[in-house]
Design a protein around this ligand. Structure first.
Ligand code: SF4
Ligand code: MSK
Length: 672
């Protein structure tokens, strides 16, 4: 289902439905209502053929036989759609990389003693990274090593020549060789973003192929640059996650506790807020105000950051942000950057919540702004906790749905090694052996957001269940992981209920859930490193594109998801992205993304809307790779390789192709 018109089709989550119903009864609108209000989307925009890059436009390319086939400057549908798409890639890369930059900067301040409340908790990770980067550690203090590493890392963002470090350092040689042949390794993270903006300026790059190749190059600066730095330096600063039990959904909020919801993406302030919520002075104040304690829970990826390292409960994913406020039990919603709907402020006064913005980069009219700075981080965190405690007596009635589910999170490349190989034999060998023997088909990464154009969580759940049933180990991050956690898939017990026999045997042998939560959106870089480890372990080819793996973002919503999709494809993965990227108005660009790229980088996209069909396409790709590697037949699961029916050319679902039929309402109802 793509667009929906009924509120009942908004979510499969009973907690969400209860809050949507409550808000509807009060005449309060949410994103689900605003989605319906927007109606059928403009067909030109939806298919990527509206250009407003220069002031001679906007220009629109007719989707019918007759009508304009070029913009005023002569740009074709392919040029227009490719330009817009790689601008989206650049925006996504910028978001992740700016986040990474801030984490590295915080480590530098912490090493200099200028970041209040921060210590370097992941000394093991610091030493391991120093070794990897060739930074001397003998007879040097931790702070000195951290400073040198931080300076080197900061240089990765604005480097102007050479190559960023991680691709050649971590990826298999054959993959690096292909990237070098194609000139795809970024010079510097920001350099490629700047070049994207230049290339897509009016009158510069008009070759859709050339544009997409630069989009791939830019995206590698995310997965193998900014996001990878965010993960590594987050682990150094805050400590590496370890498997941890926690709970998810609106039911984690507590009537008798001060509830603080942190929302957005960055761990820097939220880690301090968790610490401040445990401060004796704050706990005493909470008691004085009649509360039993202080709960800090999260929404979106800030949630995943404090879940992974602190075991903090997850209040919800992207489409829960307004619904959490409707419980009436949130005393402060603290936001940093990314994925924050300005609409949260509309609910704040109605439900007593104080919305506090904290980044100079992300203010919302009507919110209280408390400017975060690392030098005074703990004091700022305490002042925010104090605001929440003082707001606790102002609740106007509470209505917390009972729904909450247990989960296990906190997996990393390092501790997954530990689990798979045992404490004394850290290795990915058992995983590779499982795949080689046919017990496991392969590994799928299911990531990304919620999108009102899909029923909340529905596609995540259907896709992951289909994969598990067919002996695919699933790794997840972001709101996708939260979605599956709500329905119990992130518990070891889920293997017995949902996994096929081969996957179940492996999960039971090593005590892992069949779905591994690897963290926030920037932690998709952990997935890249895990793939490198699989490749290095041997027996699965010599390039990342040889591995029987696939990725998907079945409820994708934002430009960051596009950037992730691009760097996964550039790294050699098959990626199903849905709803489809806004390129369908250009058949040749669609063909390049869904077919042509495979011959160039080894990976490609499909835009299948149906999550079960998409999972089957992903498994078909894994089976194709298994066959090329001459692996043993699958022990228990059926193959999706059907010689009689070749892979559908350009796997774009009919539903995707028909999004907003041209000629329907859109752009003020003007017909093309
Ligand atoms: Fe139109 Fe070309 Fe300007 Fe785009 S760049 S708005 S297609 S004239
Ligand atoms: S938070 S980017 S809605 S996953 Fe990372 Fe969720 Fe997507 Fe934001």
């Amino acid at each position: 289902m793509t667009d929906k018109s009924a509120k009942t089709a908004a979510s499969i989550d009973p907690a969400a439905l209860a809050m949507i119903e409550k808000l509807a009864a009060q005449g309060v609108e949410t994103a689900f209502d605003r989605h319906v209000e927007q109606g059928t989307r403009c067909p030109f925009g939806d298919k990527g053929v509206c250009c407003r890059i220069c002031d001679m436009g906007p220009c629109r390319i007719s989707l019918k036989e007759k009508g304009a086939k070029r913009g005023i400057c002569g740009a074709t549908a392919s040029t227009i759609a490719a330009r817009q798409l790689i601008r989206q890639v650049a925006a996504g890369v910028a978001a992740h990389s700016d986040h990474g930059h801030d984490i590295v900067k915080t480590l530098k301040l912490a090493a200099k003693g200028d970041a209040q409340g921060y210590t370097i908790k992941g000394v093991d990770r610091l030493m391991a990274l120093a070794k990897e980067w060739g930074v001397k550690t003998d007879q040097r203090e931790v702070k000195e090593i951290a400073l040198e590493l931080a300076d080197l890392a900061l240089g990765q963002f604005n480097q102007q020549e050479g190559e960023i470090r991680y691709p050649a350092m971590r990826a298999p040689e054959a993959t690096v060789k292909n990237w070098r042949r194609l000139g795809l390794i970024p010079v510097g993270v920001e350099h490629e973003i700047v070049e994207t903006l230049h290339r897509t300026h009016e009158g510069v790059d008009a070759d859709y192929m050339n544009l997409i190749m630069h989009g791939l190059r830019t995206s590698l600066g995310d997965g193998w640059g900014g996001a990878m730095l965010a993960t590594d330096f987050g682990d150094i600063l805050f400590g590496s996650p370890m498997p941890v039990r926690s709970q998810v959904n609106l039911g984690v909020l507590k009537e008798d506790h001060v509830n603080i919801v942190v929302h957005g993406h960055e761990p820097t302030l939220s880690e301090m807020v968790v610490a401040a919520s445990r401060d004796a002075e704050m706990l005493a104040l909470a008691k004085q105000k009649g509360a039993q304690g202080i709960l800090v829970g999260g929404i979106c990826c800030t949630a995943n950051e404090i879940l992974m390292r602190q075991g903090a409960p997850v209040v919800g994913n992207f489409l829960h942000q307004e619904l959490a406020l409707a419980t009436g039990a949130v005393d402060v919603m603290l936001v940093d950057v990314q994925c924050i709907m300005p609409a949260v402020i509309e609910h704040a006064a109605r439900f007593h919540t104080k919305v506090i913005t904290t980044s100079k980069k992300a203010k919302i009219p009507g919110a209280t702004h408390v400017q975060f700075d690392e030098e005074h981080a703990y004091d700022i965190a305490k002042s925010i906790v104090r605001t929440a405690v003082e707001n606790y007596p102002n609740r106007k009635g509470q209505d917390i749905p009972p729904n909450k589910t247990d989960l296990v999170a906190g997996f990393t490349v390092q501790n997954t090694f530990w689990h798979l190989g045992g404490r004394y034999r850290s290795t990915f060998r058992p995983l590779n052996d499982g795949i080689i023997s046919g017990r496991l088909r392969g590994v799928a990464a299911v990531i990304g957001c919620n999108n009102v154009r899909k029923v909340q969580d529905d596609s995540h759940l259907k896709m992951v269940k289909e994969l598990l049933k067919n002996d695919v180990l699933v790794v997840m991050t972001g709101c996708a992981a939260t979605a599956c956690a709500k329905y119990g898939l992130l518990q070891p017990e889920a293997a017995a209920e949902y996994a096929g026999q081969g996957l179940r045997e492996i999960c039971e042998a090593v005590g892992l859930p069949p779905v591994l939560h690897l963290g926030s959106c920037v932690d998709n870089s952990r997935i890249l490193v895990a793939l490198c480890e699989m490749s290095r372990e041997g027996g699965l080819g010599d390039k990342l594109s040889d591995l029987p793996i696939a990725g998907a973002a079945p409820e994708a919503m934002c430009e960051k998801a596009i950037a992730i999709g691009f760097y996964c494809v550039a790294s050699g993965a098959y990626v199903n992205y849905s709803p489809a990227m806004k390129v369908l108005g250009s058949p040749e660009l669609t063909q390049l993304l869904t077919e042509g790229l495979e011959d160039i980088v080894g990976g490609k996209f499909s835009f299948e809307e149906d999550p079960v069909k998409a999972a089957q396409l992903m498994m078909r790709h894994m089976d194709k790779k298994r066959k090329a590697l001459k692996l043993r037949p699958l022990m228990y699961a059926k193959s999706f390789l059907d010689e009689e029916s070749p892979e559908p050319a350009a796997a774009v679902s009919t539903a995707a192709a028909q999004i907003s039929e041209p000629g329907k309402k859109g752009c003020g109802g003007v017909r093309p």
